[in-house]
Design a protein around this ligand. Structure first.
Ligand code: ADP
Length: 505
């Protein structure tokens, strides 16, 4: 299939055709004018030829008259020589004049008339004088006056002939002048129109093609200098418009590509930073319990202690080993969540009992913290994985204790809100600064806490959020730095969770 001719090519072709048509028409008009000018000049020359032939004819007639007059006055026959010569020449001169005026009926009639008068003069008068009456008799007044009358008539007719040809010549030269003037005007007009059209065409090409191409070059130069912001106006004609649109699309793609690269680079740098933070955090988190375990087992192996001391040391070793185990558990959880392999049991469970159990477990041994438990009466049943929900609540409680090193109240509440059960854990600890709020649930993020010396991995809340969300719930917090934090979570109440499963099935 052939592509339809593009508008710009059509426009340029059209404009070129217009210029060519104007110049071509003007040339044709000029050729016509010049050739008719040549015709007029030929006709003017023809008039001059007619005049010359008339003058020659008249001269021969005058020669016959003057020859005759010399003969009459002197009686000398030598005067008849020019007469006879003119008489012999007259038919040729007449024939030439008649040929020249063949296309002009008026002049034709006049020529015939004058030729007839000359003929009559020669036969009726000249021949009579020479052959019949002789020169002496021809001097009488009757004869001379007849001769004069005849020659006067001939002269008058010649005057008419010449005057008529003058009029013809004047007409023809006027026509030549008019045509010459017209040719000059048409030539000048065409030249001006062609120059104007070519200038207009050039201006159009500059505006339609050269200017957009310059903008493209400028913008491309900007790209080379890493500036992808400039965009071109997309109003160019035909292919230029297409070029502008394609260029803008390329600019957008490049800009997006570059910002993606910048993002990717930033993420890479962040992940590099995270990785090294993680390595130092993990080695720190592992080293502390490990050195304590090694220290106490060394002590127990090197000396004999009384059973009570031994038990105390072994309890410390046990506690630290558990800490290591829970660290390993946390890392395992992160991996399970990342790979999407975290499996959740689906069982009915009562949050009331679970909360009491976790509060006892975490706050039962703390001397610095005072626990307050406020659980609403009535069933606070949810459907889910008991161990994982216990893990979430345990994490909130252990954070509440960990991040309030000066002690204080840790308040736990549970209540029903429409079809959700809401649990809150409030502490009076260090709180969370505005700069850290956004990322508190991000894996391995510790924020300002990292600088406090409080141990941690930044894993607990990230895992907690995943667990809560997998249960169809939500988790969040409010906090005032230096005053404390309140973490909350909402899980669908058992009936709602049941309905949800029914709807899903
Ligand atoms: P970890 O406590 O092991 O660092 P978490 O994921 O449990 O990891 O918590 C992430 C971060 O959130 C902590 O490092 C700490 O900065 C902040 N945080 C969590 N709970 C509290 C709290 N109750 N008070 C103050 N900061 C907290």
């Amino acid at each position: 299939m052939r592509a339809s001719p593009s508008p710009l090519v059509a426009r340029i072709t059209g404009a070129s055709a217009l210029v060519a048509a104007v110049v071509g028409t003007a040339v044709v008009v000029l050729v016509v004018i010049v050739s008719s000018l040549r015709d007029a000049a030929t006709r003017e020359r023809h008039s001059r030829d007619v005049t010359a032939a008339t003058l020659r004819f008249r001269q021969l007639a005058i020669d016959t008259e003057t020859g005759l007059r010399g003969y009459i006055i002197t009686g000398d026959e030598r005067f008849l020589q020019p007469l006879n010569h003119a008489r012999r020449e007259l038919p040729t001169a007449r024939a030439r004049l008649e040929r020249l005026v063949a296309d002009d009926p008026g002049q034709q009639t006049r020529t015939r008339k004058v030729a007839a008068l000359i003929n009559a003069y020669l036969h009726d008068y000249v021949d009579n004088v020479i052959k019949v009456i002789g020169p002496v008799e021809a001097q009488n007044p009757d004869s001379t006056s007849e001769g004069k009358r005849r020659t006067d008539n001939i002269r008058r007719l010649f005057v008419d002939l010449l005057a008529a040809e003058d009029v013809n010549a004047a007409k023809r030269s006027g026509s030549v002048d008019r045509k010459a003037r017209l040719a000059v005007w048409v030539g000048a007009g065409t030249l001006i129109a062609s120059v104007a059209l070519i200038l207009l065409f050039g201006a159009y090409l500059a505006r339609a093609i050269a200017r957009p191409i310059r903008s493209v070059a400028l913008a491309a130069g900007g790209f080379a200098a890493n500036d992808f912001a400039p965009r071109l106006p997309e109003d160019g004609p035909g292919e230029v418009g297409e070029l502008e649109r394609a260029f803008n699309a390329m600019a957008r793609a490049l800009e997006q590509g570059r910002s993606e690269l910048v993002d990717q680079n930033r993420r890479l740098q962040e992940s590099e930073r995270h990785k090294s933070e993680l390595i130092s955090m993990v080695s720190h988190e592992v080293r502390t319990p490990l050195s304590s375990i090694l220290g106490f087992t060394q002590l127990l192996l090197s000396r004999d202690f009384d059973p009570e001391m031994r038990r105390r040391y072994l309890e410390i070793v046990d506690g630290e080993a558990r800490r290591l185990a829970s660290l390993a558990e946390d890392f395992l959880d992160v991996q399970l969540l990342e790979e999407g392999h975290l499996e959740l049991a689906q069982a009915h469970l009562d949050l009331d009992g679970l909360l009491r159990e976790q509060v006892g477990l975490f706050l039962g041994h703390s001397d610095k913290h005072r626990s307050e438990l406020d659980v609403e009466d009535g069933p606070l049943a949810v459907v889910g994985d008991r161990d994982r929900i216990a893990q979430v609540i345990g994490n909130l409680l252990s954070n509440a204790i960990k991040y309030s090193p000066e002690g204080g109240v840790v308040e736990v509440t549970a209540s029903r809100r429409n079809d959700h059960i809401r649990v809150t854990v409030r502490d009076e600890g260090i709180g969370i600064g505005a700069a850290d709020r956004e990322q508190i649930f991000t894996k391995f993020f510790r924020g300002a806490a990292a600088a406090t010396g409080i141990p941690g991995t930044g894993i607990g809340l990230a895992v907690a959020r995943q667990i809560v969300e997998r249960h169809g719930g939500e988790i969040g917090f409010e906090s005032t730095p230096g005053r404390g934090s309140t973490f909350w979570l909402e899980l669908p109440a058992a009936e709602a969770a049941g309905e949800r499963r029914l709807r899903a099935s």
